[in-house]
Design a protein around this ligand. Structure first.
Ligand code: HMG
Ligand code: MG
Length: 301
């Protein structure tokens, strides 16, 4: 049976852009529910500036609570975002075994999101990679604005390939190709991934689709059709990027699981438990959560 890997980013990409600031205990309970639903690959938070992203300020507490709890399992991939050496040192101090660096394909977005040029961001990543090697920490890479930038518009496909190669050369184990503002269409997704696949194998690539224009699921399907097998998603469709105006949340985990399980593609996630998690989460948030599968449920399935 064909399988896909789903990376749950709700606790990071989701919560970073919500006005409701869940407590450490609520975040931990959410994580416990996700793990109970079969989630094994997830982000816990981000070691970024609390002035830039206040919702991630509790990351260190949440990481410690997770690492010292019975939820913590060796086989899980539990990651935190780090933009620079300072973030990496915090990650090391907290005891994480995996981090993610994040760069962009657009200079303006890079400046707005991490306050540096693309070249400067790669210098910072090199410092992070050095520490990762020393402390045996796995590193995942993100490239944002691969299909369009809120400030610069369309991004050249060659630029995406060039930067993905550059990130791959740093030694990350996987590169997540981000549609930060949910502007991609299925044709563009296949075109960009086909170019990427010429230089980076499918098992080192992931798709990260925000659902701003309702295209995320079809974009995932388009990437799946040409061999991509790892996708990021966010429970209930939480969140977005605070430095990408108008960007809504990632594609919802329960929507992705509904689609793949219906196609007999194994996700190893329990859809009923994901729907229950959505319903547990809804009254805690200050807006209607976007996942239609989560809202409407599974009927008689
Ligand atoms: P900066 O202001 O340029 O940093 O911010 P700086 O080096 O000039 O230092 C200024 C202050 O920040 C200093 O403190 C530093 O110590 C501190 P002070 O001396 O003034 O007290 N500082 C830090 N504090 C905590 N953690 C750190 C850190 N580094 C410096 N790591 C910085 C640069 C990168 C820190 C800032 O721009 C930042 O935190 N940006 C993060 C933005 C962010 O998290 N965006 C969302 C995640 S990306 C995303 O969502 C896209 C993605 O999902 C993929 C997609 O959808 O495409 C991944
Ligand atoms: Mg994102």
């Amino acid at each position: 049976m064909t399988k896909v890997k789903i990376v749950e980013v709700g606790l990071r990409d989701g919560l970073q852009n919500e006005t409701t600031n869940l407590t450490v205990n609520q975040r931990f309970d959410l994580l416990a529910k996700l793990i109970d639903a079969g989630v094994k690959n997830f982000e816990i938070g981000a070691f970024v500036s609390a002035e830039w992203v206040p919702q991630m300020a509790v990351t260190s507490k949440l990481v410690k609570k997770y690492l010292t709890s019975p939820l913590n399992k060796k086989e899980f991939s539990a990651s935190v975002l780090v933009p620079n050496e300072k973030g990496m040192l915090q990650a090391i101090e907290a005891g994480v075994k995996e981090v993610a660096i994040f760069g962009a394909c657009s200079e303006t977005f890079s400046k707005k999101n991490i306050n540096c040029t693309i070249d400067e961001s790669f210098e910072r990543f090199e410092a992070v990679m050095k520490l990762a090697k020393k402390y045996k920490i796995k590193v995942r890479g993100y490239l944002s604005t691969c299909f369009g930038c809120p400030f610069e518009g369309r991004i050249s496909e060659n630029k995406v390939v060039e930067l993905a190669k550059r990130m791959n050369d740093l030694g990350v184990y996987e590169i997540s190709i981000g549609d930060t503002i949910g502007i991609a269409n299925a044709g563009q997704v296949q075109s960009v991934f086909k170019k990427l696949l010429k230089v980076i194998p499918a098992n080192k690539l992931a798709g990260h689709f925000h659902d701003t224009r309702g295209q995320a699921l079809v974009n995932i399907f388009a990437a799946y059709e040409i061999g991509i097998r790892t996708f990021d998603s966010s429970i209930a469709g939480l969140g977005g990027c605070p430095y990408a105006p108008g960007a809504t949340g990632n594609v919802a985990t329960e929507d992705v699981v509904f689609m793949f399980e219906g196609m007999d593609v194994q996700t190893n996630l329990d859809l009923k438990k994901l729907v229950k998690t959505h319903r547990w989460l809804q009254p805690k948030m200050d807006h209607l959560l976007s996942s239609k599968v989560g809202r409407i449920g599974l009927g008689k399935l």
